[in-house]
Design a binder for this molecule. Structure first.
Ligand code: ZN
Length: 625
């Protein structure tokens, strides 16, 4: 099939007007990637597309007495690029706990640790003298022998680090419960448009990782259960037979099975009674692994049907403090999340074998795991879990660069959270939560110069500027496009983008071009309007004129965003009619629209209603005769 090409300037004749399709601003490094054919202007990976990968074999020991995590790790790293690599960038996010590390916000004493300590480091069996004392969250190690294109290298690292007393995205949740994430040194991403990813982690921007294979072993004392990314390979070695059977039964169960209750955990009835047990997990083509351990959490399991044609079920687990009332529903809620995301939006079968929800304080996603806080508000708890599980698609299925372009994942998680919320609690509730939680503070911010174009690199905006671009504004752009294309064509375009790029590293221009190709129309005017401008949301009623048997209504778009809205017309006889306008009305003229309403009745009032597209000045959205 001939692919839709956007490289030439395209001419469209719409409504008798000749429009020259807009070209989107493209940074020079991205232009070079296109010239090198690693990315293509039709939105697909270029014919020379490559990405690097690693095979990780990690053996970790967690000592609950000392709160130390220590590891013996082998990485086989493949350089699939056409470049010779003279350094390896090693990333260890947990070094953000070092007092010297740059951070986006305040940290208390309980947050600080001494960070990573490397005991030995070798490359292809050659020992390296690395001084990890001076490492931040990313450090460059100069290779004694360069890594040539299309060749591999073997690293062996022995390391340890202390668990932070204050838990956030990881750390000590209680004295016998730990969330252990970002817990191993890894090779940072080397990519085709930017080379080595050397951006430090500062607690704000999150994931950008290669797709790797992981063999993870976690050694813990008896009575500690381990939950982790990947399939548990040895349940019979680490669990007592009754518990192992319940776990296996849960893999196909449609109802919640209580795999281990509090009394069983207290009475030593759950794990094998060896001094130490080693839990083994396997996962492939995935961007990260993490795990959690507890001696006192209870454990639920259920399964979700994520592919009705292949009849594929995945394991859903929840681990929590028995006192957390909302978590007693978490496994059941997660079952629903996975089934909804698989069948409705995005409507792609959940791409992993498992999902575990763990009670902490982070409200944070990881591959096959989420770490959520507990709350008395059950609707809010379910929404947060929906949001974190939605991240399974962006960034974990689609390996987007969240550090540079957080809107490529947070915007989608926010959108899916809103769509599943409509199904769970009704549209009115979902609308009101979305407006209150995602939009209001953005559109009503008195300090509007914080509001930057969405395309702005995530590291270049901070605080509320980062939050608005990543979550609410980006989500509104996705929902505006859905409104404009209609559900069926929007889903076709979204699936085209996801099919082209899952398991790879798309950047914003790949998204823009793939959506245009998938929709079969050049959408650059829309993407330019939403991503590359200082537009905001502000409609304004201008004039209404009555002429014979029709009215002429002129609407100004003072804010400029191409939003959908309703014209709500109330007639003198009490009849109300609502005319929906899709964002397409702004294509020809982004600043003004004239609507003709044919009627022999008298119009009493007209309202412009953007719904979740909240208006900066709603007062001027009215006309009353
Ligand atoms: Zn999120």
């Amino acid at each position: 099939m001939k692919k839709f090409t956007l490289s030439a300037t395209m001419l469209f004749i719409i409504g008798g007007n000749l429009l020259v399709a807009q070209q989107l601003y493209m940074p020079r490094n991205v232009k070079i990637a296109v010239e090198n054919n690693t990315r293509a202007l039709d939105g697909s990976p270029g014919k020379n597309y490559w990405q690097n990968e690693g095979k990780y074999d990690i053996n970790v020991t967690v000592n609950p007495e000392t709160k130390m995590v220590s590891g013996v790790e082998k990485i086989v790293y493949s350089n699939n690029s056409p470049d010779t690599l003279n350094i390896l960038a090693i990333r260890f996010v947990n070094n953000v706990h070092k007092p010297e590390a740059p951070r986006g916000g305040y940290a208390s004493d309980d947050f600080f640790t001494s960070g990573l300590d490397i005991e030995s480091f070798s490359v292809n069996n050659e020992s390296y003298n690395v001084n990890s004392k001076n490492w931040g969250t990313v450090a460059a190690v100069r290779l004694k022998q360069p890594l040539l294109p299309h060749s591999s290298i073997e690293l062996n690292i022995v390391w340890s680090y202390p668990l932070s007393k204050q838990d956030g995205r990881e750390g000590q949740i209680d004295s016998t419960t730990f969330y252990v994430a970002y817990s191993y040194p890894r090779i940072s991403v080397y990519d085709d448009y930017n080379g080595w990813d050397l951006l430090p982690h500062n607690l704000s921007q999150e994931f950008y990782n290669d797709f790797n294979d992981y063999q993870l072993s976690v050694k813990v004392p008896k009575d500690y259960v381990v939950w982790a990314t990947g399939d548990l390979e040895n349940p019979d070695e680490v669990l007592q037979p009754v518990i192992a059977k319940r776990l296996k039964d849960s893999y196909t169960s449609k109802d919640v099975i209580h795999i281990a209750n509090f009394k069983e955990m207290q009475d030593g009835k759950v794990t094998k009674q060896n001094d130490w047990n080693t839990w083994k997990f396997n996962s492939t083509h995935i961007t990260d692994v993490c795990f959690a351990v507890s001696k006192n959490y209870v454990w639920d399991g259920i399964s979700a049907l994520v592919d009705t044609i292949a009849n594929r079920r995945v394991s859903v687990q929840a681990a929590y403090n028995d006192t957390a009332k909302d978590f007693h529903h978490y496994a059941k809620w997660a079952q629903h999340s996975l089934e909804y995301f698989s069948s409705k939006w995005p409507g792609i079968s959940y791409p992993f074998p498992k999902m575990t929800s763990f009670q902490g304080h982070a409200d944070m996603e990881y591959p096959m795991m989420v770490n959520d806080g507990t709350t008395k508000d059950f609707k809010f708890a379910q929404m947060v879990q929906d949001h974190e599980i939605a991240h399974s698609y962006f960034p974990f299925y689609m390996g987007i660069n969240e550090k540079r372009y957080a809107f490529m994942d947070e915007g989608w998680a926010t959108t899916f959270e809103y769509l599943i919320g409509q199904e769970e609690f009704g549209k009115a509730h979902a609308d009101s939560v979305y407006k209150a939680f995602r939009i209001r503070s953005y559109i009503q911010d008195p300090s509007t110069e914080e509001d930057q174009p969405i395309i702005t690199m995530s590291t270049q905006v901070s605080g509320v500027g980062y939050g608005r671009n990543s979550y609410g504004k980006a989500s509104l752009s996705y929902l505006a496009l859905k409104d404009m294309l209609g559900d069926s064509l929007f889903k076709k375009a979204l699936h085209h983008y996801m099919d082209e790029w899952h398991g790879k590293h798309p950047i914003p221009w790949d998204y823009f071009n793939a959506m245009s190709a998938g929709a079969g129309q050049n959408l650059n005017w829309f993407f330019n309007n939403w991503f590359f401008t200082n537009n905001y949301i502000d409609l304004k009623m201008d004039t209404i004129k009555k002429e014979k048997d029709f009215y002429t209504i002129t609407v100004k778009n003072a804010g400029g965003f191409a939003i959908p809205f309703d014209l709500r017309i109330t007639y003198a006889d009490g009849q109300i009619s609502t005319v929906h306008q899709s964002p397409a009305v702004w294509q020809k003229n982004e600043r003004e629209q004239v609507f003709k309403i044919s009627t022999d009745k008298i119009i009493k009032s007209v309202q412009l209603d953007g719904g979740i597209f909240m208006d900066y000045t709603p007062k001027d959205n009215w006309w009353k005769g």
